[in-house]
Every structure is written in C-alpha cells, then in structure tokens.
Design a protein around this ligand. Structure first.
Ligand code: SF4
Length: 241
C-alpha cells in the first residue's frame, strides 16, 4: 500500500508540474476523499470542484460543507438548480447555479410520455443534463483533472489508465489500483471522517434516487433496475472538452 501511495503522489505531482490548470474533482465519496487527501499532501492549495445534483442526499451536501470547512477547501460546486439548496449555503463555498430550463422541460416531457421520473425512464439523459454538461463547464478552463476512479469498483472501470487524454483534457487517476480495503485503511489511518452513509451499508454513493445497498461489486448498487445498472454517469466515458 505504501508503494501505491507513493505512486499516487508522483502522478499528482507530475500533473501539477506539467499543467498550468489542474483541479481535483470531488464527489465527497470515499475514493474522492482519499484522492483529495493525497493531492493536498502534494499541494495544499490545489483547486477543488464538485458537481452536485438536486437528487443528491441532503447528507451529502452537509458532508461536503463540513469537509470544505474542516479542510479549508474553498470548493466550487456546480449544480443545475434555481436556488442554492439550504444545506449548501455557506460563504466558504462557491456555488455556481446552472440553468434549469432544459432539465425541467425534458423531465416534464419524459413524465408525460412514460409516467415516470426522468431518472427512472431515461437515466442517461438525466445524467447528461445534471452531471455531464455541468462537468463540461467545470473542466472547460482546465488542462488536467484529478479523479478518484478505481479499477476494482465495477464492471465498467476495469480498463481505465492512470493517465488518460481525451479531447483537450488530461485525466489523472492516481488511486486507480487501490482496492476497497486499501481505501478504508487509508481513511482510518489518516483520521478522515467518511460520508455517514457508508455506515448504513452503501459502498458507492451518488444521487439518492439511483444509489442502493447491495451487489457484488461496489458500483452494482448504482442505477439498479435500469439499463445503466452498475454503470457510468458519463463523465468518465464522454469527451468533456
Ligand atoms: S445519478 Fe440518477 S438522479 Fe443523478 S443525475 Fe444520474 S440519473 Fe439523474
């Protein structure tokens, strides 16, 4: 594990010295927190951004706010919403509200056609509007972003590489080879407070509507009962820039 930590820091350091504009993408899940902790050991001032959605559990907003304050992160939060959720109201956060019109009209359209919410009937479209498009905006001024992807998390993550270049953006995955057990060991040995929902049995956290307990692999509880089960929201599969 010490070798993996050393390698992760080398990757982060190399990204910071190679590129002018680098940031850590943080969902405030366990893997993001380890990635962020490692990145801040290399550069305590590293830029941090989060893409939140109106369907994230309130506890995620509260955890984000808590860790932002505790670690003095100065996080920029992007969210498609017409107002800042009460739990994210904090002067220490830079919340960027993104237009809701397209999401609202597509949600209504899909509901009228199927009788279901957008995240049930067309989760790809929901993720595009709430996660992928906001992430495109978040990375638009970056040369490289640092993410907490891991190869053993799920069926869709086996083939990622430590450094990927897609379109005009480089992605660094410093904890790619960490196992779930190593993530928890890192969290406990560094005294990091994890998101409280891990204590309920969740192994992978996203929007409340699409995250469930259970499954063989960590991400198997994501998008259960949809075509996307155990899959990806799209930010790691699409060209963002
Ligand atoms: S995870 Fe679910 S609710 Fe969240 S953006 Fe994707 S489909 Fe929508």
């Amino acid at each position: 594990m010490e070798e993996k930590i050393k390698r992760a820091k080398e990757l982060i350091e190399s990204a910071i010295t190679t590129y002018d504009n680098v940031a850590v993408a943080c969902s405030f899940g366990k893997d993001s927190m380890v990635t962020l902790h490692l990145a801040r050991e290399v550069d305590p001032e590293i830029e941090v951004f989060a893409v939140m959605t109106v369907y994230k559990p309130r506890v995620t907003y509260l955890y984000l706010r808590l860790m932002n304050s505790k670690w003095n992160l100065n996080t920029t939060v992007y969210i498609v919403a017409d107002h800042i959720p009460e739990a994210l109201r904090d002067d220490a956060l830079n919340v960027v509200l993104l237009p809701v019109e397209e999401f609202a009209s597509r949600s209504l359209q899909i509901k009228a056609q199927t009788g279901k919410e957008i995240y049930e009937a067309d989760p790809d479209e929901c993720c595009r509007l709430l996660k992928v498009d906001p992430t495109k905006l978040a990375v638009s001024k970056l040369d490289a972003w640092i993410c907490g992807l891991r190869n053993t998390e799920g069926r869709t993550r086996k083939d990622y590489r430590e450094i990927e270049s897609k379109g005009g953006l480089v992605k660094i995955n410093p904890i790619l080879t960490f196992t779930e057990a190593e993530i928890w060991r890192y969290i406990s040995t560094r005294g990091i407070d994890p998101h409280p929902w891990y204590g309920l049995g969740y192994r992978s956290l996203g929007c409340e509507t699409c995250s469930h307990i259970g499954g063989e692999l960590e991400r198997d509880g994501r998008w259960i009962n949809t075509s996307k089960c155990g899959g990806e929201c799209g930010i790691h599969t699409q060209i963002l820039k």
